[in-house]
Ligand binder design. Structure first.
Ligand code: SAM
Length: 332
């Protein structure tokens, strides 16, 4: 049975998606995601070593991946090869992972978040690693390609990513820009750990610095963005957009710190996008941000105005694959 005549085209498509998401989350937990991304054959011993688990356990898990069609094994006892579309399938799984797992505290305590958001927010935080990892999975196809194309077109020497999470974007950028350096800045210690791990794993530790700080702090001390050719911010500035004086301070600090001809690239989401392609995920994204994160996502026009207030003279925006996402480019 080929994949196209399997559950993908039926009502049971959700069964495939849910199973693949859970199996790929297990791979992430076992530290096997990079091995699966490599698209190269690997042995049972390699997987067991990487995951630091006994070989029979690793064999059971890999057997499940083979059975699910995520990995192939030509001969019993032989090497395993990830299927060609594994990264596309992880991209799809990312939406499920983000919606149901990264946001679990907001779902479990939905009533308290509506009754008393301040108490709920103080008590029930999301797991930074889950947010960072599921964002990376969605980003892999949902917005990294457009952002990478936009950023690499200017051949920047130094790129700073604000709210970099697991540094998925920077790893991808620095692989394409072998003479460039990057800075990953994030407020979450767990996300910073994940970014350091990703940099080491990709052999980029000497070109990728990780800075554990808030974006707000840049207004007073812009050292991390100084001399950058591109400052990117992905789904992080909406956290400060409700505080215009803070947003203005951060955008101004970035603009003044950019190298000659530098650009600011912001990937973010607009609220309740009505297009049928975008509406469902955009609705969940907008609702959770408003109800549980005290973030009212700003419409496109509000972003344009903020960039202009900070002194940028050329501002444009374009939609990306992730429902509701837009990339803003500010220069001048
Ligand atoms: C939704 S994730 C996006 C991660 C990454 N930019 C991506 O697109 O894959 C937002 C990230 O911003 C970080 N973050 C949230 N508020 C922040 C703040 N005020 N300063 C710095 N980082 C922040 C979070 O820890 C998280 O890693």
């Amino acid at each position: 049975m080929t994949r196209t005549d399997s559950a993908e085209t039926t009502d049971e498509a959700a069964a495939d998606l849910a199973a693949e998401a859970a199996l790929l989350e297990i791979a992430e937990e076992l530290g096997l995601s990079d091995l699966l991304d490599g698209a190269e054959p690997f042995t049972l011993e390699q997987a067991a070593d990487l995951a630091a688990v006994p070989a029979p356990g690793a064999a059971a898990y890999l057997g499940a991946l083979v059975s699910a069609g995520l990995v192939e094994q030509a001969a019993q006892g032989g090497p395993y090869t990830p299927v060609a579309d594994l990264v596309d399938r992880r991209y799809r799984a990312g939406y499920l992972s983000w919606a149901l797992n990264a946001n679990r505290p907001y779902i479990d305590h939905a009533a308290l978040f509506l009754r008393d958001p301040e108490t709920a927010g103080g008590k029930y935080a999301r797991d930074g690693r889950r947010v960072a990892v599921s964002s990376r999975w969605i980003g892999s196809r949902g917005f990294y390609p457009g952002v990478v194309e936009e950023i690499t077109s200017g051949a920047p020497r130094r790129v700073v990513d604000l709210g970099a999470g697991a540094a998925g974007l920077l790893v991808r950028l620095l692989r394409e820009l072998p003479d460039s350096t990057g800075v990953a800045l994030d407020l979450s210690a767990a996300a910073c750990d994940e970014a350091r791990r990703a940099a080491r794993q990709a052999g980029l530790a000497d070109r990728l610095d990780v800075v554990h700080r808030s974006v707000e702090s840049l207004a007073d001390d812009p050292a991390p963005v100084r001399g950058a050719d591109v400052v990117h911010a992905g789904f992080v500035l909406h956290d400060v957009v409700g505080r215009p004086e803070v947003l203005d301070g951060v955008l101004r600090a970035c603009r003044e710190s950019l190298a000659e001809g530098g650009r600011m690239v912001v990937t973010d989401a607009v609220p309740y996008a009505p297009d049928p392609r975008e509406r469902a995920f955009s609705a969940l994204f907008s609702y959770l941000h408003a109800s549980s994160m005290e973030v009212d996502l700003p419409p496109e026009q509000v972003w344009h105005e903020a960039f202009r207030r900070a002194g940028f003279t050329e501002v444009s925006s374009s939609p990306q694959r992730m429902p509701g996402s837009r990339v803003f480019v500010a220069a001048g």
